[in-house]
Design a protein around this ligand. Sequence first.
Ligand code: F6R
Length: 622
Amino acid sequence: MCGIVGYAGPKASAPSSRPVDVALQGLARLEYRGYDSAGIAVIDDGAVDVTKRAGKLANLREALGESTETSGRVAIAHTRWATHGAPTDGNAHPHVGGRDGELALVHNGIIENFAALRSELEGQGYTFTSETDTEAAAHLVAREMETTGDLTEAMRRTAASLEGAFTLLAVHRDAPDTVVAARRNSPLVVGLGDGENFLGSDVAAFVDSTKEALEVGQDQVVTVTADAVSIIDFDGHEVTDAKRYTIEWDAAAAQKGGYPSFMAKEIHEQAAAVADTLLGRMENGSLHLDEMDIDPSVLRSVDKIVVIACGTAANAGEVAKYAIEHWCRIPTEVELAHEFRYRDPVVTEKTLVVAISQSGETMDTLMAVRHAREQGAKVVAICNTRGSTIPRESDAALYLHVGPEIAVASTKAYLGQIAACYLLGLFLAQVRGNFYPDEISALMADLEKLPEHIQTVLDDAGQIERLAEDMKDARSVLFLGRHVGYPTAMEGALKLKELAYIHAEGFAAGELKHGPIALVEEGQPVFVIVPSPNGRHSLHSKVVSNIQEVRARGARTLVIAEEGDDDVVPYADEVIRVPATRTLFAALLTVIPLQIFACELATAKGLDVDQPRNLAKSVTVE
Ligand code: F6R
């Protein structure tokens, strides 16, 4: 939620527009985090100069026009996902603080004690012009600066007095070379340049300029100038062990690369995303997960697994449940992270919690991680974003290697999460002796064929694209599946809802007859995800029966089935083929036509698939 950029420079050779240009470029990279408004502040000719506009970044660019030159050396900027106050120009960030407008500040998160702070500040004569919680922080830093004359100390005192979650960045006219920032429960990274330094909600904010980054820990204040970066904690102690790292992907990965949208690009990157996630995990016939820092004896004693996640990541967790229970025989629950700690879950030292989060910053998931660790559980994070909070606060981390996911709706990270869950399941099976090494190798060999199969599905996208165009006026679409087809159905419905704003529901196919079948009427489109006919039990024939049940009631059946599965043909209005694979691994294939369907249908409706309404990429509020 909310994207934040800070810049201190400019390097000697840079044009005078550099602070504004860097800030705007950073905002463009971070716009996926929120797009209700955008704004920028610079210190120009000794005064704070703020420009901000409701709506997307284009509105801010238009307001700035050609005037990106500045005599100043610092900039802060913000793209907003509204929490307190409507998305208006006045509520947009930066907010100005102080009696004379001497400070500007941007904020991500929620300040829970803002009402009390606001009335205290109003009592002291400070004027408020917005409905936001942020403005209180702006006045507080300005007030502390009046007292101390030191922007770092002013920020430290302010941050220590705030409750809630926040990343704050501020500039002050009396410290024209400096950007100061603080974070608690909200992301912030430093970009280390040559004669210039950067701040961002994530590395995308500055990856065009530098690939060297520095993590900022919980409850820390960072002070950045063109030539120096220093960090203290909220108690004022110097921090000397901040972790430095190199960003593994380049700026091109954060661009559309010829595709009409980031989402289309990311869907088409999925073969590589899964291949990269699986890469280098097998060594001398056994599976190695470098980031798995939990002692094998602890993993052997695990008697229950709880997967915590939200949204798409939770659907990946549902797939993990099928795999882990089947391979490892460990009871596995999947819990929406925001429900987890409120139901007083039974978690012990023998519980392994698996937290799945693309961003690594989802507040609901982070809070569930903290709760689980307080109960003594070990936590493994499955995450795409290095240096983010959830893996940092977990006992072990398993990173996807899918590159930056910019489109708000998750696609390639979903496949990466599923692949990583398979790796975790196989690793646990290896450690606990459920499989012999040759069985693990055979499963891994089959898994490694998936990127090729994914590419086949992507290459055959024409049929699903035509279907989406044809169905752009549909008012409701249902999705059915069993086994891993069930989370796939849920994910297909979620994609359609969030992108095309169409009523969509995913059901376990067996549940239909217990009520939801009442929704089926003449012409109702129903996607059915059919498991392999070569799989176990009677799963396949049961799903074929479910297709017949809805067709008999007038449904238009859109059937996703394995190559060569002819049993479905008599009951399908449309058959969408995917290559044959193990029943469990089909989750990496059957969802792809559903992702393409949602993306194409939303595009056909003229909607913005990368930035659907009301959403944000990284949900850092509870
Ligand atoms: C849907 C989507 C969301 C996220 C959810 C969790 O397309 O992207 O449902 O999956 O907000 O986000 P992360 O994985 O960052 O914790």
